[in-house]
Write a protein that binds this ligand. Structure first.
Ligand code: AMP
Ligand code: ZN
Length: 478
């Protein structure tokens, strides 16, 4: 069993991870509010918790991890966007969710087990609010229901903030119907133009925080293992979730481990539309940054640190990935050698990830495997090479050259292309041996036109793809 340690925001320390039930490890991550394309900062938690999902599946078995990531599809920003575009809300949220799925799949993110939409869990939210009122933790006032912060003495302990800090952080709205300015909304009235549902307090809609308390309980139970999100969610969102869930279920633990990713900046600055450095995942893909490069850059900083997304990092990441792929192309036997396939993950890569998702260390271990693999000519004994490929897959990086090239160039028949290149290299070697240099040069030049650069060395010929690589031209050379 892989020993996993995780930093727990709740205790501010690294702890050994022990699931409540190893047969069903349960994780909830706060997902996006769906009214616009996900930006590159939104992709960070998605990739971070995808890594954790992969690690947990490895440690406890694929069928023994339940991962829930919600969609917030009722929110005033959504209402405003739908009104501005004069479209039905459901059309806007459906479209945004479809974009989100496409963009996250491009980044190699596995689908979570459940992706609940808030609007599908309104009855559960209403029931939880009723429980909170019955237990004296919430009150109705002018069509609103508010959580009474004073009724939960531990309020603020999770975020470790003083009352002043909390008030500043929450930008609390002082409203006449609030008993305490810190009290937060569980339910609010809706006008006929706003989305709304019937409730004991009239036609209305839920506040934001209650959805995660209700959906995590419905799908994972009142106590589960891990709750995650970006660091900005610690206060007030997660503090409020804890207050709601602990007051509704005083005998449960709610989430045992709380994990938060640091924020992402671009070229040293906070992303903002006015600074012109605001990028969606789709923008970056459209600019030609390959999806695995984006994922690699996101993993190159430890998830708890703030990180900077820079063009330079993307270039470096691309070079690294191409070097690794190139070695796999040159030694294709590593992919097919059955004896090598089952070396499994390199223990050092696994150990790095199991140590609070230390991705920079895991990547440096992959570099070490590459260096080791380069030095071993004989494919059959190149353990490091297969471990490089297999361990990269644990990080969600697909070094399968055929697939990644197909993704990049939309070419389906690249493996045949690689065979064609190798056949041509052999034919050229034969021509050289027969001193038919015209044929040899012709083969080299035709390959270059198809985007394949040959490099002769003492032991034979290597090749590299250039930017002009085009498998359909290879086809013509056969
Ligand atoms: P939102 O759709 O704004 O609720 O955000 C969805 C997720 O993205 C939350 O977990 C946020 O904490 C996270 N997030 C938003 N902006 C950034 C950023 N610049 N860097 C890292 N995470 C972010
Ligand atoms: Zn949440």
């Amino acid at each position: 069993m892989t020993e996993i340690t995780l930093y727990n925001t709740r205790t501010r320390s690294k702890e050994r991870f022990r699931p409540i039930d190893p047969a069903n490890v349960r994780m909830y991550v706060c997902g996006p509010t769906v009214y616009d394309r996900a930006h590159i900062g939104n992709a960070r938690p998605v990739v971070v918790f995808d890594l954790l999902f992969r690690l947990l599946r490895h440690a406890y078995g694929e069928g023994h991890v339940t991962y829930v990531r919600n969609f917030t599809d009722v929110d005033d920003k959504i209402n405003a966007r739908a009104a501005a575009e004069n479209r039905p809300i459901r059309e806007l949220t459906d479209e945004t969710i479809a974009w989100y799925h496409a963009d996250m799949a491009a980044l190699g993110v596995l689908p979570p087990t459940h992706e609940p939409r808030a609007t599908e869990f309104i009855p559960e939210m209403v029931a939880m609010i009723e429980t909170l009122i019955a237990r004296g933790h919430a009150y109705e006032a002018q069509g609103h229901v508010l959580f009474a912060v004073a009724s939960f003495p531990a309020y603020g302990r999770f975020a470790n903030r003083s009352l002043d800090e909390m008030q500043a952080g929450a930008r609390v709205e002082v409203a006449p119907y609030k008993r305490d300015p810190m009290d937060f909304v569980l339910w609010k009235p809706s006008s006929s133009a706003e989305p709304g549902w019937p409730s004991p307090w009239g036609h209305g809609r839920p506040g934001w925080h209650i959805e995660c308390s209700a959906m995590s309980e419905a799908l994972l139970g009142a106590s589960f293992d891990i709750h995650g999100g970006g660091i900005d969610l610690v206060f007030p969102h997660h503090e409020n979730e804890i207050a709601q869930s602990m007051c509704a279920h005083p005998d449960s633990d709610f989430a045992r481990f709380w994990m938060h990713n640091g924020f992402l900046n671009v070229e040293g600055e906070k992303m903002s539309k006015s600074l012109g450095n605001f990028f969606t995942v789709r923008d970056l893909l459209d600019q030609g940054i390959p999806s695995e490069v984006i994922r690699f850059v996101l993993m190159s900083t430890h998830y708890r640190q703030p990180m900077d997304f820079t063009e330079r990092k993307a270039e470096e990441a691309e070079k690294t990935l191409r070097r690794w792929e190139q070695l796999l192309i040159e030694r294709p036997g590593a992919r097919s050698s059955p004896a090598l396939q089952y070396h499994g993950f390199a223990p050092a890569v696994l150990a790095a990830l199991a140590d609070d998702l230390n991705t920079p260390k895991a990547i440096s271990e992959l570099h070490a495997l590459y260096e080791e693999a380069k030095g071993v000519e004989l494919v059959e004994s190149n353990r490091a090479l297969t471990q490089l490929q297999v361990s990269a897959s644990l990080l969600g990086l697909n070094l399968d050259i055929a697939e990644s090239a197909a993704r990049r160039k939309g070419i389906a028949e690249t493996l045949e292309g690689i065979d064609a290149i190798q056949t041509l290299i052999e034919r050229r070697a034969e021509a050289k041996r027969a001193r038919d240099f015209a044929t040899a040069d012709h083969i080299r030049d035709s390959l270059l036109k198809a985007g394949v650069l040959l490099k002769d060395h003492a032991g034979g010929t290597n090749w590299e793809r250039t930017r002009e690589f085009d498998a359909s031209r290879l086809e013509a050379l056969r």
